[in-house]
Each structure stands twice: as structure tokens, then as C-alpha cells.
Design a protein around this ligand. Structure first.
Ligand code: AHR
Length: 301
């Protein structure tokens, strides 16, 4: 706090603001909008001494790197970053850490040491999704995978862990086609339309999409082609629309993926205040399918 004199009021203390930078990688999915809004609301209601500066990388790693550089030059006390991709953001994170600015990463990781990482376990999600798919297809079938942003740690983990389980537990379940659709619905619809041209009825049994926006895009394309009854759809995130789709038999499963609000700013604040914390907080994830969807309806985002 800075001592100051206000004419006629004597000596008082004006609270010095704690400047925290929050670099969001993209706002293209509703999940990410929730992440930003949830953290902002929490700070507004509970942390009156925080000045939270939010930037949007627009799904371009180069834009996000300059956002982070600009936050550093504005003198932030702590950086909260949800990185678009790991490799591209690693040097600027290292630069901040070397300069003594603590970094908290949310949801996706970078390839260098950070003060704290908070997010759900994407390896566990990919593995559990793989086990669910092996079981749902009875050990045999063709899968189309719709991937998130290339080079994002969530994408790599959701892909690698899924494929590992298939190879080990059900080698007759094959991923016959895949494409990056950046966690966005429109490119997923387009890709699925192309796949429905390429694969004839009976040639695809399941779609594994790295988030619900893309899974719901696949559902849209399948419904338009009148082929939803032959293909099962799995997503990730826990959107209310995905729960409704499971209830209606249009999707078979999703996995809840915490959007790290309010934990991002809550812990970012603790870090800025110099609190000693563990280096990682792993948030829980749950499989939601036809057996338990009634417990989840309306509880997503
Ligand atoms: O990094 C993970 C993903 O990013 C979320 O699952 C997705 O919806 C978001 O854009």
C-alpha cells in the first residue's frame, strides 16, 4: 500500500493494484469464453485489489506471443496463460520465468518449467475415451478422429493416449481418417461431410472428436446425410448441448473438462502474493454417457 495525503482527510492508504495478465489463446470455442468470463467475474466480485488484463491470441501462436510480451512490458506481477501451442509459447514463458515473473498455465501446457499448472488430465481423458470406444464397438470397427489444434498439449495427449489404448486393447478398432479442426464446429462439419462422401454406409462406426463443438458438428453432418443411426459420436468438454445429444441418442459419450475458472485467477492471485504452492493442480474429469447423463443435464455450460 502507498501512503498518501488527501487534502482535508489527513493521511490515508490507497490500495496498490495487483496487476495480473491473462493471455487467452483463443476465444473461438464457448469453453474458452467461459474460462475468461468465469475468471473475470470472480476477480470482480472477490479480488478488488486485482487489475486483470485479458488478451485474446485469436488462435495464432505468434499473436499470443506478442500479447504475452506486451503484458510483461505493462509490468504484470503474474502471468496466467492458456497457450495455443506448446512449442511456440515456450520461449516467452521461459523469458518471463527467468525475469522473475511467475507463470501459471491453464489447461494446455508449455515445454518449460512454470510456477503452477492447473487443468484436467488429458492423458487420462484420451485413455478413458479409448477404453470406452473399444468396449462400445465390441473390439472391432472403423473410427474417424477429429483433432483439436495441432501442437496443443491437449490435442497431443487426447490423440496419443487414445491410440495407445486402441493398439493395446483393441487392435481391430482402426482410425481410418483424421483431420485437425482447431476445436471449432464449422471445419468439423465440413470434414465430416467429406468423410461421408468418401466412406459408404457401414464403413464408419464411430467419430472421436477432441471436443464437443466438433462432435456436435459431426452430428450435424451425419443428421443432414441421414446417417446418424449408423455412427456413434464421442466428444470432450461437457457442454449442455452434448448432454442433450447423449440423452437424445445422438452422441454416446463426452468427458467433462473443467474450464479452469475461477481457479485461474484465484491461484494466480495467490502466486502474485508470493504464496508457496504445489506445482500442479489436477482438476477432476468425469465420463458422461447414457448410463449417467440424467445426473448431468443442465449442469454443463
Ligand atoms: O485445450 C482444450 C480445449 O480447448 C477444450 O477442450 C476446447 O473446447 C478448447 O478450445
Amino acid at each position: 500500500a502507498v501512503a498518501m495525503t488527501i487534502a482535508g482527510l489527513g493521511t490515508g492508504f490507497a490500495e496498490e493494484k495487483v496487476k495480473i495478465g491473462f493471455s487467452q489463446g483463443t476465444m473461438e470455442s464457448s469453453w474458452r469464453v467461459n474460462m475468461v468470463e468465469g475468471n473475470k467475474k470472480y476477480a470482480e466480485a472477490n479480488l478488488p485489489d486485482v487489475d486483470l488484463i485479458v488478451t485474446n491470441g485469436e488462435n495464432q501462436a505468434s499473436k499470443q506471443v506478442s500479447d504475452v510480451e506486451s503484458l510483461i512490458s505493462q509490468g504484470v506481477k503474474t502471468l496466467i496463460i492458456s497457450p495455443v501451442t506448446a512449442d511456440a509459447l515456450t520461449p516467452v514463458v521461459k523469458q518471463a520465468m527467468d525475469a522473475g515473473i511467475p507463470v501459471v498455465t491453464l489447461d494446455r501446457k508449455v515445454n518449460t518449467d512454470v510456477t503452477l499448472h492447473i487443468g484436467a488430465d488429458n492423458v487420462l481423458i484420451g485413455k478413458t475415451a479409448g477404453e470406452f470406444v473399444c468396449q462400445t464397438l465390441g473390439g472391432k470397427g472403423n473410427v474417424i478422429e477429429i483433432q483439436g489444434t495441432a501442437g496443443a498439449s491437449a490435442t497431443v495427449d487426447r490423440h496419443d493416449a487414445f491410440h495407445k489404448v486402441l493398439a493395446e486393447k483393441c487392435p481391430d478398432v482402426k482410425v481410418v481418417a483424421d483431420q485437425v479442426a482447431n476445436y471449432v464446429r464449422e471445419p468439423a462439419i465440413k470434414f465430416m461431410e467429406d468423410m461421408l462422401q468418401r466412406f459408404k454406409p457401414g464403413e464408419i462406426q464411430l467419430v472421436y472428436a477432441h471436443n464437443d463443438d466438433m462432435a456436435l458438428g459431426a452430428v450435424t453432418a451425419l443428421e443432414a446425410a441421414n446417417r446418424l443411426s449408423e455412427v456413434k459420436v464421442v466428444g470432450i468438454d461437457g457442454e449442455n448441448a452434448a448432454y442433450d445429444a447423449i440423452k437424445a441418442g445422438k452422441m454416446v459419450a463426452t468427458f467433462t473438462y473443467h474450464f479452469v475458472a475461477p481457479e485461474g485467477v484465484q491461484y494466480g492471485y495467490k502466486v502474485a502474493k508470493g504464496e508457496k504452492l504445489d506445482k500442479e493442480i489436477v482438476l477432476p474429469t468425469h465420463q458422461v454417457d447414457a448410463t449417467n447423463v440424467d445426473d448431468w443435464i443442465g449442469k454443463g455450460f
